[in-house]
Design a protein around this ligand. Structure first.
Ligand code: GLV
Ligand code: MN
Ligand code: MN
Length: 425
């Protein structure tokens, strides 16, 4: 089989990959450094358009599902066989770097280019998926895994934009979002390549990270209703100060993050009303992001937090509500995929270590429907979600080669099913 022969020496075109990364980073580039491509924004749409062009040039058939996910499909020898898939996201946080998400998508397209120019057709079709709104709701990968919440209000963005118009702008359709769901028979395995976004690989001087599992993440909007009143005439004992309550809530959350265990807990966003120097704050809304590898540990921390919030509400004479905004279950990478990645690292003489991912990724949703693996490359100083995010061109090439070789190995491994001439479905 041609792919087996070629796999012994096949590599990505590193210059072409790094050129694509630099080119895409121009879309949404901030004058202060960093990249801003919020999901559904004009910049996100421009990036999606460019990437679709690149997919088509690489010989992929491109479709957009009802959740707005872009799915580029490079044909395999058996068109009806389940796909081997990779992918990531193009949206960024408000001031992000050029690698988080985009790197995984562009490495996938680079692999399709390599297949195209070498006339390689795997047994399985090869898919590159651009997931919708990874940094916000993860609605794209949740729609694919069948875990999208069937309530449009859940996905209304903090700026008030409704999910109907957001999805329409990118070619999706909320009314039919459940149709984006895919089944185990559709995807034989999913392997995502990503920058580590943490300090482990850089500090251990390892070139590749093999992800063992991805933390669970729960996000909430916390609202605190107090009473806006005159800052001069309202005696201290009569106040219902939402910001004072919020300050206590932030400290309670930080305390939970610091309690024994590996969990982290963050308040990253806060708004108050009316936000005037001479008015007691009457209303606060803030985020809670809490993560751990164990779902039951997260549950018990949240029970503790709810009871503390009740105490704070009583003490400050306010009403505090915890509204769910995101629920990502922890997900384990398959052992056999980790072993294949490790073997590829040995073949390419790259140093590696196994590690958990403490960031969320679309791969954890894909793990609900198929076998999942993840490959990390180092992030300089462990910095990400920042204009300072940096991974060297050489490291980007190394990671893409590991992804390419891993896909080839998985194709061979899973092609054993085809020996009797049957196509698994
Ligand atoms: C996604 O980038 C996350 O917050 O982990
Ligand atoms: Mn990411
Ligand atoms: Mn991110």
């Amino acid at each position: 089989m041609k792919s087996t022969f070629v796999s012994a020496r096949l590599l990505v075109n590193g210059d072409r990959l790094n050129h694509s990364i630099a080119h895409l980073a121009q879309i949404g580039k901030l004058s202060t450094g960093g990249v801003k491509r919020i999901a559904y924004s004009a910049e996100d749409i421009a990036a999606r358009t460019l990437v679709q062009t690149w997919m088509k040039e690489a010989g992929m058939a491109v479709r957009i599902d009802t959740a707005g996910n872009i799915i580029g499909k490079y044909p395999g020898k058996y068109p009806d066989a389940s796909a081997l898939a990779t992918g990531s996201h193009l949206d960024t946080v408000p001031c992000g770097g050029q690698y988080d998400g985009a790197y995984g998508v562009l490495a996938g397209i680079e692999i399709a280019r390599v297949f195209q120019e070498n006339h390689i057709f795997l047994t399985h079709p090869f898919e590159v998926i651009v997931f919708t709104d990874e940094e916000g709701s993860m609605i794209g990968s949740k729609a694919i895994s069948g875990r999208v919440i069937n309530d449009p209000n859940y996905y209304t963005r903090t700026n008030g934009t409704d999910i109907f118009s957001c999805l329409e702008k990118i070619g999706g359709n909320w009314q039919n979002i459940l149709q984006a769901r895919r089944r185990s028979k559709d995807i034989a395995a999913f392997v995502e390549l990503h920058v580590e976004q943490g300090p482990i690989l850089a500090s251990m001087n390892k070139q590749i990270g093999i992800v063992e599992g991805i933390v669970g993440q729960r996000r909430f909007n916390i609202t605190i209703q107090g009473n806006a009143n005159h800052a001069g005439t309202t005696p201290m004992y009569m106040r219902q100060d939402a910001l004072v309550a919020a300050a206590k809530v932030v400290l309670a959350i930080n305390h939970i993050g610091n309690s024994p265990g590996q969990q982290v807990a963050t308040v990253g966003k806060m708004q108050l009303l009316p936000n005037a120097a001479n008015v007691i704050p009457g209303w606060v809304e803030m985020s809670l992001d809490i993560r751990d590898l164990s779902s039951s540990h997260l549950d018990s921390l949240l029970v503790q937090l709810r009871s503390q919030l009740e105490d704070i509400a009583k003490e400050t004479n306010t009403q505090i509500r915890l509204n769910p905004a995101l629920n990502n279950e922890p997900a384990l990478a398959k052992d056999y995929i980790q072993q294949e990645i490790a073997q590829v690292c040995k073949d390419l003489q790259l140093s590696y270590t196994h590690l958990p991912s403490r960031a969320s990724h679309d791969a954890q949703e894909l793990a609900q429907i198929t076998d999942m693996g993840m490959i990390f490359v180092p992030s300089e100083l462990g910095i990400s979600h920042s204009a300072q995010e940096y991974t060297s061109p050489e490291q980007c090439i190394q990671g893409a080669n590991v992804l390419l070789r891993t896909l080839l190995k998985l194709d061979s491994l899973k092609s054993a099913y085809f020996e009797d001439g049957s196509i698994p479905n």
